[in-house]
Write a protein that binds this ligand. Structure first.
Ligand SMILES: [Zn+2]
Length: 458
C-alpha cells in the first residue's frame, strides 16, 4: 500500500491513552500507528512532530456560520478559516439562519453551500419544528436536530420563526418523531415565562446594562435553565428520545443529568467556550456586551468544572456566535437590544489544551470532550474523533509549550474581533489535517473552500 503521509515522532493521543508512534495516512484515512523506527517505503510526505502532540481534530457540534441570511457577520468560508486555524476538522452548523433550516429543501440548500465553501468537514443541525420534514432531512444525512425553548415571536433574530418550541405537548410529539429516526435532539433549555417575570423586574427599574442582563439570566441560581432542563429530561424519559442539552451552566443541571442517566435517559450535554474561559464577573465588567453570552457565577462554574472532570458533561462545543462591533456596542446602554453570543471556534481547542497545562483538565478528558464524545454521540462512529486505523485522518499537531498572545489582528472572523484579545495561551496549533489534507500550517490556512465533505458515520 502506498502511504500519502507519515507523521513521525509525535506523542499520539488515542481514545485510551498516549503513545509514541508514527501515524500513517493513505486515501484520507489512518492506516496504521507504528513504532517510529519501523521503515515504511513510499511515504509521499513526512511531517516531523517530534516533541509535539498529535491529536484528533475537534468535532464542534454547535457553530453559527450565519450563512445564509446573516453574512454581514460571518459565512461558511470565514467560519471554516477559523476552524482550520483552531484545529476544528468537523463543524455542525445551526439552523437560526434566513431562511431557517426547517425543511428538507432549505437543508439541501445549506448543504450545497457547505459543499461549495467549507474548508473542513461539516454536518448541520436543522430545526425540528415540522414533523413531516424530519424523515426527509434524516435521509439527507443529518444526525441531529435543534430547537430553542423560546416562545416563537416571529422575530428574524436570534431565534427566527420556526426554530422555537416550548409547549410540553409539542416537545413530546417532536421527541416521538425524532426518536423514531434514532437521531439526537438538541435543546436550548429556557423558560420564557419565568424569564419574562425576571427580566421585567430589571427593565422596570431601568436596568438595561450588561451587568443586569448577566444577573437576570443567572437569577435565583439559574431557575430559568433548571426548570426547562427538568421538563426536557422527563419528556426524554417518556419518549425514549436521545437528548442533547446546550449551554450547561448551573449546579442543578449537572445533578439533573446525573439523575436522568441513572434512570436510563440517553442525555448528552455541552459546555461552550465562554463558560470556562470568559464568564467571570470581571469579564462582564470589563467586556460588557462582548463577553455575553452568559455570566456564570463562581459556585456554578466550580460545579461545571467538576462535571467536566468527572465526565457528567461529555462535550465541548464552541457555540461560535459572531456579531459585528455595531451589534455589540449598543449593549453598553441597551443590553437587551444587543445581539448576544461571542465568536470562539478559532481559540477553543488551544484554550482547552491550555487548561491541561494549568492542571484544570487532563489531556485525555480534553480529547474526549472535543473529539471522541461528540463524534460518538453525533453519528460519526468509525469516521471521526479518534486517531485509530480506519478513521478519517483528521489530525492536529499541537505544541504544548509555545506561549503566544491572542489578538484581534489574528482573528480570522469576518467581524475582526475576538473576546480573547490580549489573552495569553500556552498552546499553539501548528498543523491541521482534514482527511489527510493539510488545511492549516504554521500560521496560514492552506485548505481550500470545497475541500469539506458531509460528515457521516460508517
Ligand atoms: Zn448557539
Amino acid at each position: 500500500m502506498s502511504i500519502d503521509l507519515r507523521i513521525t515522532g509525535g506523542t499520539v493521543v488515542t481514545p485510551t491513552g498516549t503513545i509514541t508512534a508514527d501515524v500513517l495516512v493513505a486515501d484520507g484515512r489512518i492506516t496504521g500507528l507504528i513504532s517510529p523506527d519501523t521503515p515504511v517505503a513510499d511515504a509521499r510526505r513526512t511531517v516531523d512532530a517530534t516533541g509535539k502532540l498529535v491529536l484528533p481534530g475537534m468535532v464542534d457540534v454547535h457553530v453559527h456560520t450565519r450563512e445564509p441570511g446573516f453574512t454581514h457577520k460571518e459565512d461558511i468560508h470565514t467560519t471554516t478559516l477559523q476552524a482550520a486555524a483552531g484545529g476544528v476538522t468537523t463543524i455542525y452548523g445551526m439552523p437560526n439562519l434566513n431562511p431557517p433550516t426547517t425543511t428538507a429543501k432549505h437543508l439541501q440548500d445549506v448543504l450545497d453551500m457547505y459543499a461549495a465553501s467549507s474548508i473542513v468537514d461539516y454536518n448541520h443541525n436543522p430545526a425540528a419544528t415540522v414533523a413531516d420534514e424530519i424523515e426527509p432531512m434524516v435521509a439527507l444525512g443529518v444526525n441531529s436536530f435543534k430547537i430553542y425553548m423560546v416562545v416563537d415571536t416571529g422575530r428574524t433574530y436570534p431565534h427566527p420563526a420556526g426554530t422555537g418550541m416550548h409547549g410540553h405537548g409539542d416537545l413530546l410529539r417532536m421527541m416521538d418523531t425524532i426518536a423514531a429516526t434514532g437521531t439526537r435532539f438538541i435543546i436550548h433549555p429556557h423558560d420564557q415565562h419565568l424569564m419574562d417575570y425576571i427580566e421585567g423586574e430589571y427593565l422596570a427599574r431601568g436596568d438595561n446594562t450588561p451587568q443586569g442582563y448577566a444577573q437576570a439570566y443567572a437569577a435565583r441560581n439559574g431557575v430559568i435553565w433548571d426548570t426547562a432542563i427538568e421538563v426536557v429530561l422527563r419528556l426524554a424519559e417518556a419518549s425514549g428520545c436521545k437528548i442533547h442539552l446546550a449551554h450547561m451552566q448551573t449546579r442543578r443541571s449537572v445533578e439533573a443529568v446525573q439523575a436522568a442517566r441513572a434512570r436510563g435517559v440517553d442525555v448528552t450535554c455541552e459546555v461552550n467556550h465562554w463558560l470556562p474561559f470568559l464568564s467571570t464577573w470581571d469579564d462582564v465588567e470589563r467586556l460588557g456586551p462582548y463577553a455575553l453570552s452568559y455570566w456564570v457565577p463562581d459556585d456554578a462554574r466550580a460545579a461545571i468544572w467538576d462535571a467536566l472532570r468527572d465526565g457528567t458533561i461529555d462535550i465541548f462545543a464552541s457555540d461560535h456566535a459572531p456579531h459585528t462591533r455595531e451589534e455589540k456596542e449598543i449593549g453598553w446602554t441597551e443590553m437587551w437590544s444587543a445581539h448576544t453570543g461571542t465568536p470562539g471556534i478559532q481559540y477553543f481547542y488551544p484554550l482547552a489544551l491550555d487548561a491541561v497545562n494549568t492542571g484544570q483538565l487532563t489531556l485525555q478528558r480534553v480529547v474526549d470532550l472535543v473529539a471522541t464524545k461528540p463524534a460518538e454521540h453525533f453519528g460519526l462512529e468509525g469516521t471521526k474523533g479518534r486517531l485509530l486505523p480506519g478513521h478519517d485522518a483528521d489530525i492536529v499537531i499541537a505544541d504544548m509549550d509555545a506561549p503566544w498572545i491572542i489578538s484581534d489582528s489574528g482573528a480570522l472572523s469576518k467581524i475582526g474581533w475576538t473576546c480573547y484579545d490580549g489573552r495569553s495561551c500556552s498552546v499553539r496549533i501548528e498543523r491541521t489535517f482534514v482527511r489527510g489534507t493539510e488545511v492549516y500550517a504554521d500560521g496560514e490556512v492552506t485548505g481550500r473552500p470545497g475541500h469539506g465533505q458531509l460528515a457521516r458515520g460508517r
